[in-house]
Ligand binder design. Structure first.
Ligand SMILES: NC(=O)C1=CN([C@@H]2O[C@H](COP(=O)(O)OP(=O)(O)OC[C@H]3O[C@@H](n4cnc5c(N)ncnc54)[C@H](O)[C@@H]3O)[C@@H](O)[C@H]2O)C=CC1
Length: 366
């Protein structure tokens, strides 16, 4: 499998385009399950295959990854009968684009692995069906523009939506059917069941632009299941060192609320990074939380413009404080910020297993 993937990696775009073309010609009914624009989708299929191949020797990690994928596919309307159709087109694409190493043994390995992959995904989806809906309808109940391009969107799901502070969901708008994007919850679970997200309209971001510029109270979104492991570990008394860059502050605020609800006195140090003073759109909320909780310290950090606040990139500024050896780190923000913060924090001695963040691949896909 690894040899085949290495061979198709440089032509992954062509191989996945060929795969989808074949799938939609042979099984036109499946086209309706996919978004109109397939660019992000192409990338995702290849990444999923790579991830599966990377974990091929670690059965537990592979099963966990595939089970999550199987549960996540319920919202697309995927049925067990779709898997053989996909498998057959996948094998055809590999035969064509990994021709140099494709032989009977390679084909047998892929058929075996694909069958196992599908079975894990199908089983996980079936098990999930008994306890959870495939998706939730969620009506927008408030839409608050904080800056020209950032909105805080609050929704009421049609059924209880169990999740943990720090997690994220996938979201589909009525304007771009079947195009799903990830957003972190910006608040811990609330007694009224409402959920909030911070959305920044990014260039060429169809979903984010629709959510910021078009969405209004009364519009109905669809949500997939909650996911993500950037949650508070309540089994330790370690402090929390939280770095939130831009709208990455959203799940950090949820984590702070979670610590507050648990009534613990663990120190929580939040560094909130933005390009300019005006971009610190949620600073008032965080400073209000700081006034209510002695264990919480919030430091705004401005990276680009002139400021009377702390100035610089988040990882640089954090290094000037500390020591951080009794802290668990929580990182949320742009992929570049997450990568450089992991680097900086491991260099000052925080072990990698105490640094939590969401999957960088999934952040990029949003
Ligand atoms: N769970 C998560 O990790 C979440 C991630 N996000 C992601 O956060 C991003 C937010 O975008 P914007 O608000 O436009 O933020 P931005 O691009 O304006 O950056 C905000 C701050 O992050 C830091 N930063 C950015 N790039 C950096 C780099 N390469 N190295 C070090 N520090 C860096 C700087 O302090 C900067 O001021 C989006 O990509 C969004 O997908 C948003 C919500 C949750």
């Amino acid at each position: 499998m690894r040899r085949t993937l290495a061979e198709i990696a440089p032509v992954a775009d062509k191989a996945t385009s060929y795969f989808y073309a074949l799938l939609f010609i042979r099984h036109p009914d499946l086209r309706a399950l996919f978004p109109a624009a397939m660019d992000a989708q192409r990338d995702r299929l290849f990444k999923a295959l790579l991830t599966a191949a990377e974990h091929a020797d670690d059965a537990a990690a592979l099963t966990e990854y595939l089970s999550r994928l199987g549960r996540g596919h319920r919202k697309y309307g995927t049925l067990p009968t779709h898997y053989p159709a996909v498998g057959e087109c996948l094998i055809a694409a590999l035969t064509r684009y990994a021709a140099a190493c494709w032989d009977e043994a390679a084909e047998a390995a892929w058929v075996r692995v694909y069958t196992a992959i599908s079975q894990i995904m199908i089983d996980a989806a079936a098990e999930d069906e008994a306890k959870s809906p495939a998706w939730w309808q969620a009506e927008i109940v408030s839409h608050e523009r904080r800056t020209r391009d950032i909105a805080v969107v609050t929704v009421r799901p049609d059924q209880p939506y169990p999740f943990l502070a720090g997690q994220y969901t996938s979201l589909e708008t009525p304007w771009w059917p079947r195009t799903w994007r990830h957003y972190s919850f910006s608040a811990a679970p609330r007694p009224d069941g409402l959920l909030s997200f911070h959305v920044k309209a990014v260039p060429a971001g169809w979903v984010s632009n629709a959510l910021v510029h078009r969405a209004r109270p009364g519009d109905v979104l669809r949500l997939g299941p909650p996911t993500g492991s950037m949650i508070v570990d309540h089994s330790t008394d370690n402090g929390l060192l939280c770095l939130g860059g831009g709208t990455g502050i959203a799940p950090i605020k949820a984590l702070v609320e979670d610590v507050a609800e648990h009534g613990s006195r663990r120190p929580v140090e939040v560094f909130y990074g933005a390009r300019r003073d005006d971009d610190l759109y949620d600073i008032d909320t965080l400073l209000r939380l700081q006034r209510s909780h002695l264990w919480l310290s919030v430091r705004p950090v401005v990276s680009d413009g002139p400021t009377r606040r702390l100035s610089g990139q988040l990882p640089q500024v954090v290094r000037q404080y500390g020591p951080w050896n009794a802290y668990d780190a929580y990182l949320s923000g742009p992929p570049g910020m997450i990568r450089s913060s992991i680097d900086a924090l491991t260099r000052i001695g925080i072990p990698p297993d105490r640094i939590r963040h969401d999957s960088i691949d999934e952040l990029m896909a949003s």
